[in-house]
Design a protein around this ligand. Structure first.
Ligand SMILES: [Zn+2]
Length: 254
């Protein structure tokens, strides 16, 4: 039995806490305080930490947790101290009874990886700041083409994959999505549902790949309505990568 819960951090980060009968792991601990409280109160038996990329809001709690607890720390190849298992594309790891496949998904950062598991009931993906519900991460270090290909890689996973993203950005992402894809009925419906959740202070995550394929404009650059909108607005060709690039730049300034 597998359970996934969010621990809120900073203003809109989620640290994901994953537990099985073999213990718990956390993904991207930007802070340590609330996690250490759960350990000290014997609510969780923390066995390890997974890191998706080097940004401080995903790694800042790492050094404290490693100092106070005996943990396995899995993450990408970067210069963050405390990662004792460096992972690359197609690597496999097993922890608390869950088998994860590592997928390299650069673009937001160059070191960015995702953790995918198909042996957890419904498949699950922890994708950090690459795919967001209704959007995608900003391109800080990689190229637009790298980000485009990383998102394509995610769309090849089973459509019932539950996706756990690093931030609660869904409502503002969907506001932008409605600009780019205003005739999309599923998107209009999804916006209302997410708005209700946020009003109730309920996380909008996880999302699911099949839903994202219906509402997320960054996964829909082959859609004729989105293409027409972008071509009209930015005078680009109907090449999917060009559409994606124009869409991402539009969102940066939205
Ligand atoms: Zn980031």
């Amino acid at each position: 039995m597998l359970n996934v819960e969010p621990i809120k951090a900073f203003t809109d980060n989620y640290i994901w806490l994953v537990s099985t009968n073999e213990g718990s792991i956390v993904i991207d601990p930007g802070e340590s305080e609330n996690i250490q409280k759960l350990i000290d109160n014997k609510i969780i038996d923390l066995k390890g930490i997974l890191i998706t990329h080097h940004h401080y809001d995903h790694t800042n709690g790492l050094s404290d947790l490693v100092k106070k607890n005996k943990l396995g720390v899995f993450g990408p190849v970067n210069d963050i101290d405390g990662i004792d298992h460096r992972l690359s594309d197609k690597d496999k790891i097993s922890i608390i009874g869950i088998d994860f496949d590592i997928i390299s998904i650069p673009g937001h950062t160059l070191d960015h990886i995702g953790f995918y598991s198909a042996n957890a009931g419904n498949p699950i993906l922890f994708c950090g700041d690459t795919l967001f519900a209704g959007g995608c991460g900003r391109i800080f270090e990689g190229t637009y083409e790298q980000m485009f290909n990383s998102l394509k890689k995610i769309t090849k996973l089973p459509t019932n994959t539950n996706i756990y993203c690093g931030h609660e950005y869904t409502l503002s992402n969907l506001k932008f999505a409605l600009e780019a894809d205003d005739a999309n009925k599923e998107l209009i419906e999804e916006f209302k549902q997410v708005e209700n959740k946020i009003n109730l202070n309920t996380p909008s995550l996880p999302t699911r790949l099949d839903k994202e394929l219906e509402v997320n404009p960054f996964l829909r650059c082959d859609n004729i309505n989105i293409q027409n909108k972008i071509i009209e607005k930015f005078n680009v060709s109907d090449n999917e990568l060009e559409i994606f690039t124009a869409l991402r730049k539009w969102k940066d300034n939205f």
